[in-house]
Design a protein around this ligand. Structure first.
Ligand SMILES: *Cc1c(COP(=O)(O)O)cnc(C)c1O
Length: 371
């Protein structure tokens, strides 16, 4: 047993997440731990809520960070909005749609799958057909920014469609938040979840979520108890809601929340629109460099995520050996392909603090040497 302290190497994180966490955020996390019911901590939590409302562009009261990673945000949405026998239409265009299906089944719902090709955005016509064919469906769920493929879908149109057919929308924006335009109120999104380790560049392990009034109504009027104690929003809200009304639900991950607070402050300082623009500008710079190396993209130009670039591995290049070389010789982490795209693509993340011109130059130079 090695009894030395653990000292990780300094990597450049340009995969599908986590992204680089800035020194400023790391320093915030190293500050003294205080009690989670300490009034000073509670006022910081109120600030996090306001900052998350800004990031999501919403005034939703029910906006906070679940004390667990993005997958818990997903689970929280389905646990609270799905009851036994509820039909949920899931538009699946990659890896994370499959996990939505798992969630619906585990909470007793009936998933209706609408399959799109991996690398394509969610098709509105197919979604509408499923809504038409299932007039009793309760929810339409989809991924805004599909990290497994790099495809961007259209939450505004999909949510509008869901509402025309009396469904609520559940939106996965784990990779979308702060990286591409997202307007929860303007687009009338009902339930949305994200993660801290992608474009927010805080440490992993928290999941910002936001629920509309309509979604809250649905939760309040459930005929059965939420099947997860930890994720039951009725219980969690008693901790978060109301001035001074906090009571013990679970011990908050205090220092991780310091980090999220700092990361959200940085986002506020930059400005949400500038953050969206930064991701797009840097994407265009990376794209130009990759194209000059003869590398091509998986996703159609107009549907590409700026923060997640899926590129075909050039012919004759060894996937694993090349990525190992990038990591060992250049301290650079990029992502492998998932599922049907394993061995076919690489995924280059340009998320949050990792999205810089110098990182792009380093990435292009390293890939050029490796292939
Ligand atoms: C990363 C990711 C998740 C899961 O987040 P974790 O923090 O790893 O649990 C879910 N959905 C999408 C689209 C993601 O990119």
């Amino acid at each position: 047993m090695n009894s030395k302290s653990f000292n990780p190497p300094t990597r450049i994180l340009m995969g599908p997440g986590p992204s680089d966490v800035s020194t400023r955020v790391l320093e915030a996390m190293a500050r003294p731990t205080i009690g989670h019911l300490d009034p000073v901590f509670i006022s910081m939590m109120d600030e996090i809520k306001q900052l998350l409302q800004y990031a999501f562009q919403t005034t939703n009261e029910l906006t906070f960070a679940v004390s667990a990673p993005g997958m818990a945000g997903m689970e929280c949405c389905f646990a609270n909005l799905v009851e036994e026998g509820d039909k949920v239409i899931i538009c699946k265009n990659g890896f994370f749609g499959e996990r939505m299906k798992e969630n619906v089944e585990r909470f007793g719902g009936i998933p209706i799958m609408v399959d799109d090709e991996w690398g394509k955005k969610v098709d509105l016509n197919k979604a509408e057909e499923a809504l038409k064919n299932n007039p009793d469906a309760k929810v339409l769920a989809f991924v805004h920014a599909e990290t497994s493929t790099g495809a961007l879908s259209d939450p505004e149109s999909l949510t509008k469609l869901a509402h025309e057919y009396d469904c609520l929308s559940i939106v996965d924006t784990v990779t979308g938040l702060a990286g591409v335009p997202l307007k929860v109120d303007e687009w009338n999104i009902d339930a949305i979840y994200s993660g801290t380790q992608k474009c927010l560049s805080a440490s992993p392990g928290l999941s910002p979520i936001s629920f509309s009034k309509a979604a809250q109504e649905k939760i309040k009027n459930r005929s059965s108890k939420v099947k997860s104690w930890f994720l039951d929003l009725n219980l969690i809200m008693s901790y978060w809601e109301g001035e001074g009304g906090r009571s013990y639900h679970h011990t908050a991950p205090i220092n991780a929340l310091y980090g999220l607070h700092e990361a959200l402050l940085i986002l506020k300082e930059i400005g949400i629109e500038n953050s969206w623009n930064k991701h797009m500008e840097n994407h265009l710079m990376l794209r130009e460099g990759l194209e000059s190396l003869g590398i091509s993209y998986l996703v159609d130009k107009e549907d590409r995520l700026p923060q997640l670039n899926s590129i075909f591995i050039p012919d004759g290049v060894d996937d694993l050996a090349s990525r190992q070389k990038l990591l060992n010789d250049f301290n650079l982490e990029i992502g492998a392909g998932l599922g049907v795209l394993a061995g076919k693509i690489w995924r280059i993340g340009l998320m949050g603090s990792s999205s810089t011109k110098s990182n792009i130059n380093h990435c292009l130079e390293s890939i050029r040497k490796v292939i």
